[in-house]
Design a protein around this ligand. Structure first.
Ligand code: ADP
Ligand code: MG
Length: 686
């Protein structure tokens, strides 16, 4: 048996279980070997009761204090016990386990391990694992149990069992890392490293193994990028787009002056579009730095030269918003160009009509979502493709769109704060422009971090702002991995808030479960100020621009990553009014406080990303997932920034010595790169 065999060959995996594994993308034994845990359950030393922290899982050792009680009703019986050590007493509850009253009451030390939450009466440990007598915990102490991503019906234990068997078929032959690199970086040998990823003996061995695979992942990624770049050496500029007086006029009549940074970036773009080679440029700029107007200038330059330009947005809401803004501006400044909207939710008839105008060239600025790259769309003369908030797009989508014209100019807009050195490695095929200045009329957002006792005050403040004519966002608590629960949450919250605010203030709600038309209707209403308070999930995170909104209240702020909070906050502070961001969190944990304080004191995306990295530190097992940034299976572009740089160097060296990867010791790498290229084409988001 070897790693190519189906997992059905493993003991204990019948047809049903096999189907479940297929659902998580595991088909062969090799897939299973590379199905690394998403985290580990670590059995740490028990802590004194007085040092327990809310929201964390911990072990405590003590003796039962008083009587064990069973309460609740038949459907949900609750067992309550008080555990005492020399530092204090802890309330502990279990659901549906009334028999514990008899089994735990016999005296002697007891170790419990579970999550601690804050209830009205103080900290409570909920439904912990039981180690009785305490020595049972000693045996487990410091071990790390892998925790795998699962699907309904598949248990963590089933995966552990299968992985244990699969590991017998790991062989050095599957190693792809040239031995020189293994030695240079002191990586553990392949087979051992695989073992250490699944069942590490301790944190150090996990970190060592992780480094190896993160490096491998980066190396393959960088090599694949270099290949792509190689394959498409910058083509000749087939669309020379000279200046137009109408464009100059437009710039002069804008209600504001471009910032210095906007001017510089626009010059860079203009030079590209009028230069010898086709443009391939990334524009990085923090939220609110004014990227849209830059995109519009490029689109106008294309349109005014009789060519088409397309703007692709990651969500329908955003595409529609861009469409409205841009058609509004075309009209206002009497620019004789027609904008066209193309999204998936349009009716067949609407689409057909749009296709027609795109094909005959009467539409010159085409704005939409993925629908822009459907096969049915034929452009007359597509000369420019702009993708907004590009990290939500796959390279393949970018290329599919680019493939619709004679090599069009490519402009990619991103608010993801990646340090320049990293960006150069990651986007090796793009030139980079940075808008590193916010418009001058902006008042810095005022931030505050508060606990839930402040909620009433926050509502009063919002009400006051609304009565002054402003608008507010409320971002609802995130419910892990359940869109339908999230929807419920948002709806409950908004009806509660609506009551709280009284009749004249309209509260709308927005969540991922809504139909596109419903979303559009709510966004439109919010845009027109018919809705004053928008309660939403993170649907609003990307790009929405309603400058009249001045307050954003983020509930359960501790559940979001810093980068995401920064994006969310970017929904306000976009106009001339003073704006406010309220980070609300019930959490009393020190780390949460420290994290939120970073946002409290800085509005600078680059700084925040750096601090996020510092706080998490290299080797943080459960790093906060950055939203929208390159998703690697193991590696993390922030946390492993140094490793990425090393991989970049190693890749260059390999290519210098063996440009076609023809040496036998590069055979494995080559195979992986080809797979990676395919995968990048298919799904990886850049
Ligand atoms: P982002 O970079 O996040 O995409 P937008 O392009 O949506 O930001 O711009 C945010 C807001 O700032 C918009 O309402 C836009 O009209 C305005 N804006 C853009 N450039 C300037 C400027 N130079 N001066 C004043 N306001 C500007
Ligand atoms: Mg934007």
């Amino acid at each position: 048996m070897n790693e190519k065999n189906s997992i059905g060959k493993l003991k204990g995996i019948g047809e049903k279980t096999e189907a479940l594994f297929h659902r998580i993308g595991v088909n062969t034994i090799g897939d299973l070997i590379r199905y690394y845990p998403r985290g580990y359950d670590i059995f740490e030393d028990p802590v004194p009761i007085s040092q327990l922290e809310e929201g964390k899982t911990a072990a405590v050792t003590g003796a039962v204090f008083g009587r064990i009680q069973v309460s609740g009703n038949q459907r949900l019986q609750i067992t309550t016990l008080y555990l005492k050590d020399i530092t204090g007493t802890l309330k502990v509850i279990w659901f549906r386990m009334p028999f514990l009253r008899n089994t735990l009451g016999k005296g002697g030390p007891l170790t419990l391990r579970g999550r601690v939450v804050r209830k009205r009466e103080g900290l409570v440990m909920e439904h912990p694992e039981i180690y009785y007598p305490s020595v049972k915990y000693e045996e487990k102490k410091h071990s790390m149990q892998p925790v795998y991503s699962l699907t309904a019906g598949l248990t963590n234990n089933a995966v552990i069992k299968a992985v244990k068997q699969a590991l017998e078929y790991v062989s050095e032959k599957q190693n792809i890392l040239p031995s020189g690199l293994e030695v240079k970086y002191h990586f553990p040998p392949y087979a051992q490293a695989v073992q250490m990823m699944h069942f590490p003996e301790n944190k150090e061995s996990f970190i060592q193994a992780r480094q190896r695979f993160a490096f491998e992942e980066f190396l393959i990624f960088v090599l694949a990028l270099r290949r792509m770049k190689h394959a498409e050496a910058r083509a000749k500029n087939q669309f020379y787009l000279p200046d137009s007086p109408l464009l100059t006029g437009f710039l002069e009549r804008l209600p504001y002056q471009l910032t210095g940074a906007q001017k510089r970036v626009w010059e860079e773009i203009r030079a590209d579009m009028q230069g010898p080679a086709v443009m391939s440029r990334l524009v990085q700029g923090d939220v609110g730095s004014g990227k849209t107007v830059i995109a519009l200038l490029a689109l106008l330059l294309a349109g005014l030269n009789g060519c088409q330009g397309a703007l692709m947005a990651p969500t329908e809401v955003l595409a529609r918003q861009h469409f409205e803004t841009i058609s509004g501006m075309l009209e206002e400044y009497s620019i004789p160009l027609k904008a066209e909207l193309l999204t998936g939710s349009m009716t067949a008839r609407q689409k057909r009509e749009a296709y027609e105008r795109i094909e005959n060239g009467s539409a010159s600025i085409i704005i939409g979502t993925h629908a822009l790259i459907q096969e049915k769309v034929n452009y007359k003369n597509l000369s420019l493709v702009v993708t907004d908030e590009q990290h939500r797009f796959g390279v393949r989508q970018r290329e599919a769109l680019a493939g619709k014209g004679r090599t069009p100019h490519i402009l990619v807009m991103s608010a993801t704060p990646i340090p320049r050195t990293l960006a150069i490695i990651l986007y090796g095929d793009l030139d980079i422009s940075v808008i590193d200045e916010l418009p001058k009329n902006r008042l810095p957002i005022k931030n505050c971090v508060v606990d839930t006792s402040y909620r009433e005050t926050a509502y009063r403040f919002m009400k006051k702002q609304v009565l002054e004519g402003r608008q507010c966002y409320v971002i609802c608590p995130m419910v892990e991995e359940s869109e339908s629960l999230e929807a419920e949450n948002v709806m409950d919250y908004s009806s509660m808030l609506s009551e709280e605010m009284g009749g004249q203030i309209h509260v709308g709600c927005l969540h991922g479960r809504m139909k596109q038309q419903e979303k559009d209707a709510v966004m439109d209403a919010f845009g027109r100020n018919d809705v004053q308070i928008l309660v939403s999930t993170t649907v609003v995170e990307v790009g929405i621009d309603v400058p009249n909104a001045t307050v954003i209240l983020i509930e359960n702020a501790e559940r979001f990553g810093l980068a995401q909070l920064h994006q969310l906050r970017g929904r306000v502070g976009r106009g001339r009014h003073q704006s406010y961001c309220i980070f609300m969190s019930p959490s009393k944990s020190k780390e949460t406080k420290e994290r939120l304080e970073i946002l409290n004191h800085s509005n600078d995306g680059f700084f925040i990303a750096g601090e996020d990295l510092r706080l998490r530190g290299p080797g943080d097992l459960f790093g906060i997932r950055q939203s929208g940034i390159l998703d690697f299976q193991i590696a993390d572009v922030f946390q492993d920034a140094r490793l990425l740089q090393e991989a970049g160097t190693a890749a260059d060296k390999i290519l210098a010595e063996d440009p076609d990867l023809a040496l036998p010791e590069h055979a494995g790498l080559k195979r992986c790169i080809e797979n990676k290229l395919q995968q990048i084409m298919l799904e990886t988001t850049l």
